[in-house]
Design a binder for this molecule. Sequence first.
Ligand SMILES: *Cc1c(COP(=O)(O)O)cnc(C)c1O
Length: 435
Amino acid sequence: MTKIRKIQLNERDMPKQWYNIQADMPNPLLPLLHPGTKQPIQPGDLEALFPMALIQQEVSTERFIDIPDEVLDLYRLYRPTPVHRAYNLEKMLDTPAKIYYKNESVSPPGSHKPNTAIPQAYYSYKEGVKKMTTETGAGQWGSALSFATNFFGIECKVFMVKVSYQQKPYRKSMMNLWNGSVIPSPSMETNAGRAFLAEDPECPGSLGIAISEAIEVAATNEDTKYSLGSVLNHVLLHQTIIGLETVKQLEMTGDFPDLIIGPFGGGSNFGGLSFPFLRYNFTEGKKTRCIAVESASCPKLTKGKFEYDFGDTAGMTPLIPMYTLGHKFIPPAIHAGGLRYHGAGAIVSQLLKDKLIEARSVDQTESFEAAVTFARAEGMIPAPETSHAIAQVIKEAMIAKEEGIAKTILFNFSGHGLLDMGAYDEYFAHNLKVQ
Ligand SMILES: *Cc1c(COP(=O)(O)O)cnc(C)c1O
C-alpha cells in the first residue's frame, strides 16, 4: 500500500472562521488590570496601542469569529499547510506510536507567525494606521510583521533583542527586504532603552525589554500602533487556523490525537494547534492530552507562579493574570529566542491552573539532539524553538513503546531552522550551554 506522507487540504476547504476558546473554557479569564489604578481595564484604555477590532477580539466570548476575505486571500499565499506523517521517525524510534506534524514552516517567513501578523496588519490598515512597531526575539515575529505590513503599505519598526541581532544577521536582512526597519534592543531611541543601557551597557536584551521600547514608541506617537506576536488572546485566536485545518486533515486519516505537543514561548502556536481539539475535551468528553514544552532556561509554566504581572520589563503593559518568572527576569541567551519570554498568555495560564493542559521543560542540548534526530529521519531542519517540542515527542514515543500502545501523537512544526545554522554549528562543535 502506498504510504500517504502528507495530508493536504484543498484551498477551498480552508476554514473561514477562527475558533475562540473563551466561549468554551470551564473557568472564565480574570480581567486585565490597569497598571496605574490596578482596576480592571476598559477597552478604551488600550486604544493608544491597538486597533479597536483587536481590542474587541481580546475580550470576545463569541465561539467563532469570521476571518475577513482580505486576510483569507493572503493566507492562501501559503495556506492550507500540510500535515505530515513522520513514518521515518517512527521507524527510527521503533515505536508503535503514530506521529503526525502540522507544518507551519512553509509560510514565507518560515513559521506560524504570519497567521496573526496578516490580520493585525489588516485591521490596523482598516483603521488608518500608518506605522506599526513591535519587538522580536530570534527574528521570526519581526520578519512575519514586516512581511504582512508590506502588503498594506504600513511602515514597520522592529526592536530586535540584541543577542539575537548578533546571532541571526539574516533575519535582519529578511525584515529589510520586506521594508521593515530593525533596531537592536536595548537601544538609545527610547527612555526605557536608555535606562536599561545605563544600568548595564552590556545588556544582551530580552523580549520583555524590547516590548517596553516598542510600546513606548506607540504610546508617544499618534500615528503608530503596537503589535504583539504572542501571549494576547487575539493572537491565539488568529493562530487557531492551524488547529482548525488539522482537525479536517486528521479526519481524512481516521486518527484522532491522544497527545498534542507544541513548543511554548507565550502560547500562540501551542494554543493555535491545541485549542480546536481541546474544544472536544470540553464539549464531547474527548481526553486529548495537550503538552506545552518550554525551555528549561525560561521555565515559567513548570517553575513560575500564577499571579498578576506585567507583560514587559519596564512595567508599561496592563497587568496580566499569568504564570510568570517575574517581569524583571532576563533569560540566558539560548538560541531558541522565541522561548525567551518571562510569562505565558492568560488563556493558557488559566487552562494550566485548571489542569486542563500540561507543561514540560526541555534543555537546550536535549533540544538540539532531538532536532538532529528529526532532521536525519524526516529531512526537515527544525527551528530551535520547534526542537523543544520534538524532544518531548521523542520521549512520548519511547513511553508508548514501553507501554506497547499505538498512541497518536500530533505536534506543531512551528518553524524551520534554515536561518539558525550557526546554532547547529555550535552544537556540533560542543560549544552550546546545556540550558
Ligand atoms: C515564536 C516562535 C515560537 C514560540 O512562540 P509562541 O507564541 O509560543 O508560539 C515557537 N516556534 C517558532 C518557530 C517561533 O517562531
